[in-house]
Write a protein that binds this ligand. Structure first.
Ligand SMILES: [Ca+2]
Ligand SMILES: [Ca+2]
Ligand SMILES: [Ca+2]
Ligand SMILES: [Ca+2]
Length: 380
């Protein structure tokens, strides 16, 4: 079994190539990115991915280790790189981001790989293998390896052998028809793949660390944090793949904000209405807990406490919370309490609390006599 040797070879190559000169060139490219999106390869700029933020390796791991016949060719007409492993099925070839350049891929705040590509052709002699795969691992080594066939995209199973690296959930999809803009997002424990803006496949993240290199001196790519690799990593399949664009974006989950931060209502208002808003639409279903926290205002006397969970289906970005305010006839100071949100899923907390002030609307109950005679006393 030689399927994972490509990634091993790539890791070794990475170590060899990590020269000061290379890092200087790559750092320059990274610094140009203005946001938390890091463009890893842009075919419109010209050149193959290894002239930008990727490294390339091609090996034939079968004894006596003949030179790899796989090629990478930049096409000005396509503004893309053609990776071709069809000359020899035994070849392993592809790209990985230099570990020192990879951003931290934190599942709790989410990250997303955007890639534009077309499977020109793909062929495999094993139901559990594919001529092209995208592998992305989080900082804590959970991730997904997606296999691309001409007519299906599917996930490699994780865990322990014999299930490890077998054909798991997939979706029928024509990967050959045209260049497709894919988005592979990971948040918390799940991944979701979209094609041209439409979610097509999702599932749980996998743990591939049970795989072990066949030689103790080579590093294990499945135990390399923040791994991003695009490759034919098997001797059981081959393909011709056109790659036009790859970028990684971190902190992809939206922020949850309570508005307004300070709200003043009359005791007679009936309700205090607060708004909970997502900073942008999520393709995941976002939830967040909420509850009222007493201050000088007393639950059951000044307001009716509320608590629960808000759910934002994909597309919904705003919801209101109405807190019942209780009226009375006592003259009293203004009273305050707080609404807080906590424990979000598929989102981050932004402004997580709001202070509500209940203004008293009752007047001093004066002695009727005073009310009648006081004006007479003060009148000149
Ligand atoms: Ca391992
Ligand atoms: Ca191959
Ligand atoms: Ca009142
Ligand atoms: Ca009152």
């Amino acid at each position: 079994m030689t399927r994972k040797l490509f990634l091993i070879g790539m890791a070794v190559v990475t170590a060899v190539l990590a020269t000061h000169l290379l890092l200087t060139i790559l750092d320059t490219a990274v610094a140009a990115a203005p946001t938390d999106t890091l463009v890893l390869y842009d075919g419109a700029l010209g050149g193959t991915p290894d002239t930008q933020n990727f490294e390339y390796a091609a090996v034939n791991p079968t004894f006596p280790f003949p030179p790899a016949q796989a090629t990478q060719t930049y096409s000005p007409a396509l503004q893309a790189t053609i990776l071709d492993t069809t000359p020899e099925i035994g070849d392993l070839a592809g790209y990985a981001v230099t570990p020192t350049l990879a951003p931290i891929l934190d599942r709790q705040v989410g990250f997303r790989l955007d890639f534009s590509m077309r499977i020109h052709s793909e062929d495999h002699n094993n139901n559990d293998r594919a001529g092209f795969s995208i592998t992305m691992l989080s900082e804590d080594l959970l991730g997904i390896e997606l296999a691309f066939w001409e007519n299906e995209i599917w996930a490699q199973e994780g865990g322990d052998p014999p299930n490890l690296f077998t054909h798991a959930e997939g979706v029928a999809y024509d990967t050959t028809a045209s260049m497709v803009d894919y988005e592979l997002e990971m948040v918390e424990d799940v991944y979701q793949l979209s094609a041209n803006g439409v979610p097509i496949l999702s599932g749980m993240l996998r743990d591939y660390t049970a795989w072990e290199p066949p030689f103790p001196f080579v590093p294990d790519p499945y135990e390399q944090p923040n791994l991003i690799a695009l490759s034919d990593n098997t001797s059981s399949a081959q393909g011709e793949i056109w790659i036009a664009y790859v970028a990684i974006t971190t902190e992809t989950t939206p922020l949850l904000n309570v508005n307004p931060i300070n709200l003043t209502v009359s005791e007679a208002a009936g309700t205090a209405v607060l708004n909970v808003q997502l900073s942008y639409t999520s393709t995941f279903t976002v939830t967040v807990g909420y509850e009222t926290v007493p201050g000088t205002a007393v639950p059951g006397i000044d307001y009716t406490p509320i608590s629960g969970t808000l759910t934002f289906p994909p597309g919904l970005t705003s919801q209101n919370l109405a807190i019942p305010i209780l009226d009375n006839t006592l003259d009293e100071p203004d009273r305050e309490f707080t609404l807080t949100i906590a424990d979000p899923t598929f989102a981050r907390l932004g402004q997580s609390s709001a202070a509500i002030t209940i203004q008293d609307d009752d007047e001093i109950i004066v002695d009727p006599l005073m009310e009648v005679y006081l004006p007479l006393v003060v009148r000149p």
